[in-house]
Design a protein around this ligand. Sequence first.
Ligand code: ATP
Length: 218
Amino acid sequence: MSKQFAVIGLGRFGGSVAHTLSEMGYEVLAIDQDPQRVQDFSQVVTHAVEADSTDENALKALGIRNFDVVVVSIGEDIQASIMTTLILKELGVKKIVVKARNDLHGKVLYKIGADKVVYPERDMGVRVVHHLISPNILDYIQLADGYSIVEISAGDFFAGKTLQELDIRARYGCNVMAIKSRDGKINIAPAAEDVIHKGDVLVVIGRNDNLKQLEENA
Ligand code: ATP
C-alpha cells in the first residue's frame, strides 16, 4: 500500500502540500481548526476534518499514529506548532515534518523530536536569489554546506561540443549527472561522446564555487 499522509494546518504551505500529494494520487488526511479551511479542502483531499491539533484525544481519535508521515504547517501560533509536534511524537508517529518560522522555533522542534524541519519562506528566498544572480541556473538543490545539484541551461559555448571536449570534471571539478534535451528526453547516463545542443539542460553536481564558474561559462 502506498504511503499515507496527514497534513495539519491548511494555510498556504500546508494547503499546497495537501493539494500536491493529493494530485500525485496519495491518500491525505487534512486537518484544520478552521471550518472554512476544512470546507475548502473537502473536495481536494481524501478526508478533511475539523480538529484542534493541540488536543491529544482529537488526534488519537483520528488514528494519527497510523499515518506514515504527518506534516505540521502551523506558523503563526508557535506554541500550537510545538505542542502538536510533541503530541505526535508521544503518540509514536513515524515521521514528523514541521514548518518553522525561524531558527529558534526550528531548534525547539528538532529537540522535541521532529524528523525534519522546513523553512519555506527562507528557502524560497534563497532560491529566488539564485535565479536572479545566475540566470542560466534553472533550479538547484543544496546538498550540504557548499555543495549543490543545479540545472544549467547550455548556451553558445557548450553547444555542439561533447562532454569529453568540455572536460567539465577536470576543468571545473563538477560531474554531469544527466542531460535533458529540448524535446523532453532525458539521458541519465551521459557518455563522453554525447553532444550537447543549445538549450539542453545539464544536471550537474559540484561545489558551489565551481558550479558558479561553470554556469558563467555555459
Ligand atoms: P501560511 O502557510 O499560509 O504561511 P501560516 O504560517 O501563516 O500559514 P497559520 O496561519 O498560523 O500559518 O496557520 C495555518 C493554518 O493552521 C490555519 O488554517 C489555521 O487555522 C491552522 N491552525 C492553527 N492552529 C491550529 C491548531 N491548533 N489545530 C489545527 N489547525 C490549526
